[in-house]
Design a protein around this ligand. Structure first.
Ligand SMILES: *[C@@H]1O[C@H](CO)[C@@H](O)[C@H](O)[C@H]1NC(C)=O
Ligand SMILES: *[C@@H]1O[C@H](CO)[C@@H](O)[C@H](O)[C@H]1NC(C)=O
Ligand SMILES: *[C@@H]1O[C@H](CO)[C@@H](O)[C@H](O)[C@H]1NC(C)=O
Ligand SMILES: *[C@@H]1O[C@H](CO)[C@@H](O)[C@H](O)[C@H]1NC(C)=O
Ligand SMILES: *[C@@H]1O[C@H](CO)[C@@H](O)[C@H](O)[C@H]1NC(C)=O
Ligand SMILES: *[C@@H]1O[C@H](CO)[C@@H](O)[C@H](O)[C@H]1NC(C)=O
Ligand SMILES: *[C@@H]1O[C@H](CO)[C@@H](O)[C@H](O)[C@H]1NC(C)=O
Ligand SMILES: *[C@@H]1O[C@H](CO)[C@@H](O)[C@H](O)[C@H]1NC(C)=O
Ligand SMILES: *[C@@H]1O[C@H](CO)[C@@H](O)[C@H](O)[C@H]1NC(C)=O
Length: 399
């Protein structure tokens, strides 16, 4: 072998190593803009910041006029604490609970206190409830330190009065578009196990939804698939399983048994086809070569920290990830029904993802905590119904 050959081999080898280290198989790697092999460390850092966030939230709980809330900045590996009164910050800093984690916190000046934000939120919410603008999200964005209203471009003609009136409140208006294209197609081998993110097909409406998770009703032997309530239209149809990237839906699962009159947007599919369908407490992630199924660990608590990641798995856009922007948002849906206490995230999603599993990776890339189901979305917006509200209002338990 001459030197040129050796050089070429070295170059190829280097390129290969480089590309291995820079692959972004996982949706979470795309969100954080890092390579897959950096994820375990970052998940570890995020976990610690979530813990520090819980401590700080408790310490500042009764000082809504002195602070503007907290959020996680993973890139800086810091919990940002928006501060209006630095005298109070000095008192918090000396708290013994925080002493080990002070270098993970940063007290940053802000204009609006949590009290001010809540007050404006209340006023804007009253206006929204009066005018009921179509497909609108209203929330306190902790990181922006402002009230945010998100509207869909396509409905802007119908929401003019609301937009005019709301401008007096000095808040942030954002417009979103729905996604046009869908996730890249890959051929997936047919499997009958059904898990979070799989497609659901409603033959009466010829419409798509996604599997949230497998659940049982307390005291009953029935097995259910939890999905979004708006999938039950028009009148509790038989729902079929539709696998990712497949246009056909061969396997009936069973009828939707839960009623639309339910105040939260959730419904239950009764798994009556026990021969073909095997529910699993896991989440489909087939676009990842390594972690194609994520196991839901039901003893992990859901995540409630601004700036922490959440991901969703659904039929249309598969697994996408984003940050938590708000925890107690008001959402007015396209039918002008008001839904409160929703989680707002920055991940992208689309029609057909409704009902899909919303989760957080913990403690690694094979396990996840369950955080809720997908309700509505757009390119940079996903609205989430929190898991605790689903479990409590339907008296469910995870198998
Ligand atoms: C790439 O990753 C491998 C193993 O994960 C590691 O041994 C190697 O040092 C990394 N190379 C670079 C350039 O980071
Ligand atoms: C700031 O906090 C200190 C300590 O609690 C308090 O005495 C002071 O009144 C606060 N200042 C303002 C402007 O609220
Ligand atoms: C934070 O402080 C601990 C010790 O108190 C130290 O081990 C750690 O390296 C520090 N981290 C940073 C990011 O400075
Ligand atoms: C906002 O409204 C809630 C109840 O709807 C109330 O408990 C809270 O005190 C209000 N906050 C402010 C700052 O007005
Ligand atoms: C509205 O926002 C602008 C720019 O952020 C600021 O200068 C102004 O003081 C704000 N007005 C009120 C009433 O908060
Ligand atoms: C349901 O379970 C509770 C305790 O978990 C028990 O007290 C109750 O009798 C059960 N009801 C039925 C109908 O089995
Ligand atoms: C759902 O509720 C409506 C109205 O309350 C009722 O007519 C219908 O029979 C219910 N459906 C089921 C499956 O319980
Ligand atoms: C669910 O289906 C089973 C039959 O597999 C049936 O016995 C049960 O009553 C159904 N549950 C409800 C709530 O309709
Ligand atoms: C689930 O989470 C709990 C609490 O963190 C942990 O103790 C347990 O080992 C986890 N189970 C699995 C299968 O990872």
């Amino acid at each position: 072998m001459n030197n040129i050959h050796i050089l070429i081999i070295i170059i190829i080898f280097t390129l290969k190593t480089y590309s291995i280290n820079h692959t972004q198989n996982e949706a979470l790697a795309k969100l954080w803009d890092v390579s897959d092999n950096q994820l375990p460390n970052l998940l570890e850092n995020e976990k610690k910041l979530i813990m520090v966030d819980k401590i700080v939230k408790q310490l500042i709980e009764n000082y809504e006029k002195d602070f503007g809330g907290t959020y996680i900045d993973l890139e800086k590996n810091l919990l940002i604490i928006y501060t209006l009164n630095f005298t109070k910050a000095d008192i918090i800093k000396t708290s013994p609970q925080l002493s080990d984690y002070l270098n993970l916190t940063s007290f940053v000046p802000a204009d609006n206190s949590l009290y001010t934000l809540k007050k404006s939120f209340n006023e804007t919410r009253a206006l929204a409830k009066k005018l009921i603008p179509k497909s609108t999200v209203l929330f306190i964005d902790i990181k922006l330190n402002d009230i945010v209203i998100i509207l869909y471009h396509k409905h802007s003609g119908q929401n003019e009065e609301f937009v005019e009136k709301v401008k007096q409140y000095n808040l942030t208006l954002e417009y979103v578009d729905e996604i046009v294209s869908t996730a890249p197609h890959r051929n997936i081998v047919s499997t009958i196990p059904i898990m979070g993110g799989d497609g659901l097909y409603n033959p009466v409406y010829n419409s798509a939804c996604s599997v949230g998770f497998w659940a049982k009703r307390k005291n009953l032997s029935d097995n259910y698939i939890v999905t979004a309530g708006h999938c039950s239209k028009p009148h509790n149809p038989i729902i079929y399983l539709r696998q990712w990237d497949s246009k056909v839906a061969r396997f009936p699962i069973g009828p939707i048994i839960f009623n639309k009159s339910q105040p939260i947007d959730v419904s239950l599919v009764n798994i009556t086809n026990k021969e073909d369908i095997e529910p699993r407490l896991s989440i489909r992630n087939a676009d990842s070569e390594i972690n194609d199924q994520l196991l839901i660990n039901k003893s992990l608590p859901p995540v409630y920290s601004h700036g922490a990641h959440l991901c969703k798995s659904g039929y249309t856009t598969h697994v996408t990830c984003g940050y938590i922007r708000a925890l107690d948002a008001l959402y007015i849906n396209p039918k002008r029904k008001i839904k409160s206490q929703m989680i707002i995230t920055s991940m992208s999603s689309n029609r057909g993802d409704s009902g899909g599993t919303v989760f957080s990776y913990a403690p690694d890339l094979r396990h996840a905590s369950l955080n809720g189901i997908h309700i509505a979305g757009a390119k940079v917006l996903t609205i989430v119904l929190p898991i605790e509200r689903i479990i409590n209002s339907l008296n469910l338990e995870l198998p």
